[in-house]
Every structure is written in C-alpha cells, then in structure tokens.
Design a protein around this ligand. Structure first.
Ligand code: 1HE
Length: 262
C-alpha cells in the first residue's frame, strides 16, 4: 500500500493517510486502499485508529482528479466513499480518529464516520464545498449533519465558517482535545481501553446506537430491549457480571482531582 499505511499493534489496527505532498487529499486510489485497510481491520482487530501523516489529517477530496470526472464517474466515486465509510461507521469494531491540522471536506466526512474523535489543539474543521462549487459526497450530509447539526453544517457550507478544536469540542464534534502532537497517543490509549470491553458490547454500541437514534421513539425502545437482552445473555456478560459481584472487576475510572477538597 502506498497512499494508506496499515499496521496492527496489539489488537489495534492503525490506519494512516499517507499522501503528505497532497495534504492527504483522497483520490480514488487512496479510497480503494483505505477500503482494503478497513476491511482488514474489521476482520482482524478489536479497534481501529485512523490518523494522517504530515501536518494535516486530510484536505478532503482530491480536487484535481475530481475535476476530470464525468457525471457517472463522479457518482461512482461518491458511492465508493459511501461504501468504505459505511464499513467504518457500521462495521464490527469501533474506530477512533486522531486529528490534527486541516480536517476539511472529505477529511471531515471521514472523521465524522468514526465513533470517537480526538484532536490536537491546532485542528480545524471546514467544509469549503460551497467555495469550490461542489457538494459533500462522502456521506457528510448524513453523518456530519448528525454530528454537528444541520444549522451548523449549513453555516459551514454556505459561509465557509471554520471551527477550531475547542469550538468543535464545545458542540461534541470532538470528544477529546490534546496538546499539539498528542492526539495519536490519546487515541491509542482510548483504543486500548475500548479493546478491553466485551466485543459484543462494542459491536452493539457501534451498530445499535445510531440505528436506535434513527428510529421512532417506540421502535427505539423496543430495539433497545432486544439489544440489552442479547448482550445480557452472552457468556462474556455472565463472566463480567460475576467478576463485579465477586469484587474482582476493575472499578470505575472516577476522576480524583479535587476529591479531598471541601
Ligand atoms: C490538493 C488538495 C485537494 C491540497 N485536492 N490537491 N478540499 C479543499 O478545498 C481544501 C484544499 N486544500 C487546502 O485548502 C490546503 O491545501 C490546506 C489548508 C489543506 C493545506 O494548506 P497548505 O498550505 O499546507 O498546502 P497547499 O500548498 O495548499 O497544498 C500542497 C499541495 O497539495 C498542492 O499541490 P502542489 O502540486 O501545488 O504542491 C495542492 O494543490 C495540493 N492539495 N489539497 C488536490 N483537496 C467526497 S466529496 C468531498 C468534497 C470535498 O472534500 S471538498 C473540499 C476539498
């Protein structure tokens, strides 16, 4: 693989966009390699981390390649992005995005289909499709709109508004902000912790939560009861529940800061 680096460390699949000279802009070849890496990760790892090499996470769609495409090729391109990104969003394992620098256009679409986002302080988010005369095509109108809300996405697309990491954290588009250079290590720390969960619970979180959210109220509650019962009857759940009752399970990670004050 040339444009996407892939390796497994412990049970974590690390996928790195690696087209530094083009700021990790995604062309068809990169999306095909990403698809291969994601497929391998889903089959062989417990958690995936997606990062970008160089100074930016990703400058989004490769505009040079895109401008050569006819209508049918553009449709095919967009549908390929959807297929690959859906393997991330609704795959077997959780994915954590480690972000820095530009997370722009299709780069933001990729970040939005991951399950957690960790960002260096210097990260910024933009959807310059309006300025480029195009529209999001990598699932952004579905995934980014759910992540940041339609009004904010509309603002980003119409006015070119750019949000920094702290702003994105304030509206929960980013889960953790780190000092510059820290997002990858934090993403790995989180991935290792997630890998310690029951694989079935991880699967239900990745696949169930979003589908419940997309259901009606009553259907959602019914669906939730099915997921809850399914998980509760797994051998691993019984083992983990016993461990809690025997007092051998790890305790909650309660923040200790300020505990003894007042
Ligand atoms: C590119 C791309 C690209 C850089 N396609 N070649 N995305 C955008 O509209 C963002 C376009 N990129 C930028 O605004 C900037 O490149 C960055 C802010 C991300 C980084 O700036 P900088 O100063 O570090 O790099 P640069 O000098 O602008 O770019 C370095 C090279 O990368 C240069 O090529 P070179 O041959 O002149 O060296 C750039 O042309 C090239 N490059 N970004 C192609 N995106 C599925 S639909 C999704 C729709 C979208 O993603 S729209 C948003 C597209």
């Amino acid at each position: 693989m040339a444009l996407i680096e892939y390796r497994i460390e412990d049970s974590i699949a690390i996928i790195t966009l690696n087209r530094i000279e083009k700021r990790n802009a995604l062309n068809d070849a990169a999306v095909a390699e990403l698809d291969e890496a994601v497929t391998h990760a889903v089959g062989n790892a417990s958690v995936g981390v997606i990062a970008g090499a160089g100074k930016h996470f990703s400058a989004g769609l490769d505009l040079a390649e895109h401008k050569q495409k006819n209508l049918m090729e553009a449709i095919d391109g967009s549908r390929n992005w959807h297929a690959t990104f859906s393997k991330i969003r609704f795959g077997k394992i959780p994915f954590v995005a480690a972000l820095h620098g530009a997370v722009v256009g299709g780069g933001m679409e990729l970040a939005a289909c991951c399950h957690l986002r960790v960002a260096d302080q210097d990260t910024y988010f933009a959807l310059p499709e309006g300025q480029r005369g195009i529209f999001v095509g990598g699932g952004g109108s579905v995934n980014i709109s759910r992540l940041v809300g339609v009004p904010r996405m509309t603002d980003m697309m119409l006015t070119g508004r750019v949000f920094n990491a702290s702003e994105a954290e304030s509206f929960a588009a980013v889960n953790y902000v780190t000092e510059n250079g820290g997002s990858f290590d934090k993403a790995m720390e989180l991935a290792k912790s997630i890998a310690g969960n029951s694989a079935l619970t991880n699967y239900l979180v990745v696949n169930g939560l979003q589908r419940v959210k997309n259901s009606g109220f009553d259907e959602g509650l019914f669906f939730e009861s099915m997921l809850a019962s399914l998980s509760q009857n797994s051998p691993e759940a019984i083992e983990r529940l016993n461990a809690f009752l025997n007092k051998t399970a790890p305790r909650l990670n309660i923040p200790t800061e300020g505990k003894d004050e007042g």
